[in-house]
Design a protein around this ligand. Structure first.
Ligand code: FAD
Length: 297
């Protein structure tokens, strides 16, 4: 039984970091700086989300390629099925491959206005079909999404598990989860995945609270439960970002420790493009930074 606390001398967990593509060139430079600072913690990979359309999607490629050129960490690009034909999506995947980005987080995506999802007539209908398409094209490393609490479109845990099985059978090797704030939903999902014989690596997605207003919005969009105790921890801190950051990091670290006690050894951090919360979490989890030259080697 692992005894995980901040004093633990056991092996530190593996980590990965998720970013979104910024809009401006200056913000992209800032993100590269953030990524270089985080690279010192030798993550397994860093991933760049895929926008809802046009220019936002092009930015994913620009930022992923810029990071690939400047940071030694493997870069994964997210890719969705929304509003595009198979041919168009295959072309984006091909461009990633030609840029040396061989790892994809394959997703269905959502419609930009938040309405019901309708697949494109000539498109991939869901993430499992996209995984199969990517597999045919190249030897991509493929990650997908998984849901500790049922996805808003699903009829429940059974349906989510069936979708996860299809994604694994199509060739995905890793599932990054939606964020959650108490360990039980993740641990139950892990049990269900194991009992169903789905041999995918399940990695918890951890979201350190940025602001409570933003977290409420994200949680409502994706169906994550915001426990009342969590809301209480941030009462009176609306105009105090420094203390909010401290409380948020302490709570995220506490969730990681609880999961580590249950044998979890990988964490995927939703960074919101900020370095400090993830650096603090790495430090608390016992990951020691290497020199910049080593990280860039
Ligand atoms: P799928 O695996 O295809 O389906 C998800 C669930 O929806 C299924 O489990 C099933 O229960 C239900 N479902 C799907 N289709 C149907 C159907 N026809 N009928 C009934 N039920 C159905 N979004 C972006 O736009 N860009 C990103 O970069 C991005 N990155 C993400 C990263 C992570 C780690 C996660 C967890 C999510 C991310 N998302 C992103 C959000 C994601 O696109 C949404 O959650 C989307 O609604 C579902 O995508 P999926 O790949 O899980 O879809």
């Amino acid at each position: 039984i692992s005894d995980w606390t901040a004093r633990s001398t056991g092996s530190p967990p593996r980590v990965s970091f998720e970013f979104f593509p910024p809009r401006s060139g200056q913000a992209t430079e800032n993100l590269i700086d953030v990524a270089m600072r985080l690279a010192r913690y030798t993550p397994e990979f860093m991933s760049i989300t895929y926008g809802a359309g046009g220019a936002a999607q092009e930015r994913t490629r620009v930022v992923a390629s810029a990071l690939r050129a400047r940071v030694a960490t493997p870069i994964a690009a997210h890719l969705t099925c929304v509003g595009a034909t198979r041919r168009e999506i295959d072309a984006v995947a091909e461009a990633f491959w030609q840029d040396g980005i061989c790892s994809i987080v394959a997703l269905r995506g959502d419609v930009p206005d938040g309405g019901a999802y309708i697949p494109h007539d000539e498109g991939y209908r869901d993430a499992a079909e996209l995984v199969a398409g990517l597999r045919q094209a190249h030897d991509f490393e493929i990650s997908v999404a998984a849901y500790p609490e049922p996805h808003p479109d699903s009829r429940g845990e059974k349906e989510d598990l069936a979708y996860l099985r299809r994604k694994w059978e199509a060739g995905a090797t890793r599932a990054l989860t939606q964020f959650f704030f108490e360990p039980e939903p993740f641990l139950r999902l892990r049990d269900r995945v194991a009992a169903a014989g789905i041999g995918i690596d399940l990695v918890p997605g951890i979201l350190p609270v940025g602001t409570m207003a933003q977290t409420r919005k994200f949680a409502a969009q994706c169906g994550t439960t915001l426990p009342p105790w969590l809301e209480r921890r941030f009462v009176g801190l609306d105009k105090d970002p420094v203390t909010t950051g401290m409380v948020s990091t302490a709570l995220a670290a506490s969730l990681c420790f609880e999961l580590q006690r249950e044998g979890v050894a990988d964490f995927h951090f939703y960074t919101l493009n900020r370095a400090e919360p993830s650096i603090a979490l790495c430090a608390l989890l016992g990951r020691v930074p290497v020199a910049v030259e080593e990280a860039q080697a």
